[in-house]
Design a protein around this ligand. Sequence first.
Ligand SMILES: [Zn+2]
Length: 115
Amino acid sequence: MSEPVTPVEVRAPEGARRLEIDWSDGVTTAYRHAILRGFCPCAHCQGHHGPVAWVEGADELNLELASIEEVGTYALQFGWGDGHATGIYTFRFLRALAEIGESESAFVRGRSFMR
Ligand SMILES: [Zn+2]
């Protein structure tokens, strides 16, 4: 059984536009803030069941990342400038989301991920 992969460092190198995560296995992933907001896995954005899909119009919402909190040893919780902070992004979900991390919104329609 291998060690679970966890974030070593989380950076926001371009202010309110982009997030980078260095992981314990040496991988670095990057995400546009619109992608993180658009795939917010919380029940309000996604409902209670099923995979996480792109929320249409998310790139028009407040994309200022106001807070980043660790949740136990398995997830990060992002808070946005408009107060929305219920999304708990598991490490596994963040690694899967990195596949499309900096893509344009038009590209991500129809994609979905297990939370
Ligand atoms: Zn949400």
